[in-house]
Write a protein that binds this ligand. Structure first.
Ligand code: SF4
Ligand code: SF4
Length: 96
């Protein structure tokens, strides 16, 4: 059985190509809900580290999104407005 290290996975992620849109395909519905959220699982579940707390609010660096959907599924308050990027934008996966 092959095991992949974190470094192996990061190396593969560098192969991906992004066509970044000027508008975000992700947004927070209500910052007050995030402020009261105990788990803040979006900060740890996202493999691309898209979510951060900045100045007390949940911020989104949508440019690096891998479109995996994990944040949408795991946010305990369904507080993420999640769509795919518009046609022609987003990630293109490249296999090594
Ligand atoms: S898990 Fe959901 S509600 Fe909690 S901080 Fe993240 S986006 Fe906000
Ligand atoms: S879809 Fe995946 S990569 Fe994109 S923000 Fe959500 S968890 Fe992160």
């Amino acid at each position: 059985m092959s095991t992949q290290t974190k470094a192996d996975i990061e190396e593969k992620l560098y192969l991906n190509h992004y066509t970044v849109d000027t508008q975000s395909h992700l947004s927070i519905k209500e910052q007050s809900v995030c402020a009261a959220c105990q788990r803040k699982i979006c900060l740890t579940i996202c493999p691309a580290k898209v979510y951060e707390i900045r100045d007390g609010e949940t911020s989104i660096s949508y440019e690096g999104c891998l479109e995996c959907g994990a944040c949408r599924i795991t946010c305990p308050h369904s507080n993420i407005e999640w769509t795919l990027p518009r046609g022609g934008f987003g990630i293109q996966y490249r296999l090594a």
